[in-house]
Design a protein around this ligand. Sequence first.
Ligand SMILES: Cc1ncc(C[n+]2csc(CCOP(=O)(O)OP(=O)(O)O)c2C)c(N)n1
Ligand code: SF4
Ligand code: SF4
Length: 610
Amino acid sequence: LSGVLPRDEAIKAIKKSIEKTYMKKGQALVDKNFAAVDASLAHLHEIKITDKPTSKFKRLPGVPETAPEVVKKVAGKILEGKGEELKVSDFGWTADGTWPTATTQYEKRCIASDIPVWDPETCIQCGKCAMVCPHAAIRAKVATNEDLKKAPAGFKSAAFKGKEFTDSAFIIQVAPEDCTGCSLCTHACPAKNKADPEKKAINMQPIAAHLEQEKTNFDFFLSLPDVDRTKIEKKLVKNVQLLRPLFEFSGSCAGCGETPYVKLLTQLFGDRLMIANATGCSSIYGGNLPTTPYAKDANGRGPAWSNSLFEDAAEFGLGMRLSIDFQKNYAHQLIKDLESEVGGDLTNAILTASQTNDAEIQEQRARVEALKAKLASMNSEAAKTLNGLADYFVEKSVWTLGGDGWAYDIGYGGLDHVLYSGKNVNILVMDTGVYSNTGGQQSKATPIGASAKFAVAGKSLPRKDLGMIAMSSENVYVAQVALGANDAQVIKAMVEAESFNGPSLIIAYSHCIAQGFEIGEQGLDHQKAAVEAGFWPLYRFDPRRVREGKPGLQLDSKAPSKAMADYMANETRFQIVKKTNPERYENLVKFAQEQVEERRKLYEHLAEEK
Ligand SMILES: Cc1ncc(C[n+]2csc(CCOP(=O)(O)OP(=O)(O)O)c2C)c(N)n1
Ligand code: SF4
Ligand code: SF4
């Protein structure tokens, strides 16, 4: 076009460069790029530049009119690409750097070409679609038949199949403008349509025919009351998925394997969550200003979240724990000092409350409200201070989140320190096997035989066994989980970790674009294959069991039923090595297989009843 090179010569050079860049990733990728070049050329046509704009379309505002003022004024402007027009004084409301949460809901990116469409008749109400969605863009709810009388025409629901809710209906609802079209949900759906076995209970369909109806439906869905948390037993996926996610519409890749774990944490522990985030994908999609995916419940409460550095996240989380404990102890001392005015019964009830489930938490909240009502009529400095600290009587759930680059490598010293602190801090490592956010550098979690930056020829050493190191401290709850292989085990591990009054570590297999396959189509299958090959054994180690004289370790996955060679055959990270050096690859596969078998023997030994 520019005329710098003759057209044919330029196209030849472009294709040569494509070959050079992508050939090591396979001919298929090269061909796709060639096809893109050819299609671009076939569709090239000149557009005459006119003096004045001729378009009849107007750009939509960055955020809708319904967004809060501050979101419109700041986030909206930035999303419109006009951030440079903002003045320092426009940020006066956040002198301390805090940022409003629950604002990704105003982005409405509408990037999916296809969205899942629900068939209530075929649905078995398992909640698996909602569980795996990385963006909380497909949700489950129960609503009373009374509430559904106000539903718009075309709103779908089905009679609720369980015993927990009577005279109620079950709903699966997509957020059409927030869905990324990744299709993970349809792959997770186990229900087949008997009349048409090609179809499931949710099926991807072009968005155009459904957008307006589903927008109306989603608005109505949101207006329906959230399920009462105290009625949900946190065991089965179908129950847990009725809980409102407080992490939604993040900017992670479509089909991301990390975000479903974060979303699940917010469903399980709700507004009591305090998150210290290591730098990495989870800090970027977790706090990718100008919008924030951490959201609020109907009471306007939600998780508190912050990112400090890449290397200090474990210490950051420990700091949160220590400061909470300090404030709580101070509140404890103050309420004791004021006991005669507050009342002995209330003081005692607050200080001795059990807070092991949502019903007990709700009771404690009611006590704290009663305390605040009493404090409001008291004038002493101590009463005012206690009023500011009273919320600390409700237990918080402290979690440090990060990737394997943080946990296995750069932040490992701090992680080790926290694991030996004895403090009630939970750690969730979302293990993609590489430093994903910075382009796929190897970490100590990178598997044998995988090609990654700084290990391009294929990693020749085994992964660090972080779980085993943590178990050896004997006072850490440890679990290894994979949502695509056993979703109920993930819930169990998170609930057990949270209930353990000491450090907990959960290592979560997270599929990722860096591993080299279509993550939306195949992410869950790859997780399953990793477990079946024994590469990713599922387990839970609970120090409370050791104290009861039982083996601390419980294996949640069976002995390998698949060869490592088969697991490795389907991911580009391994196949690049095969392509460039088949002999080396064969040796690495053999080594990987030996490693898996050795580790399995060790785990089985540790899990044995003596
Ligand atoms: C001390 C330090 N080194 C390097 C970086 C750059 N950096 C930011 S995120 C990241 C990779 C994170 O990888 P991982 O912990 O595996 O998380 P993921 O992105 O895979 O979720 C790196 C290297 C940094 N911020 N600080
Ligand atoms: S297609 Fe992907 S983003 Fe959309 S609802 Fe399904 S899992 Fe969520
Ligand atoms: S790079 Fe990987 S971990 Fe990061 S957002 Fe994308 S899929 Fe998720």
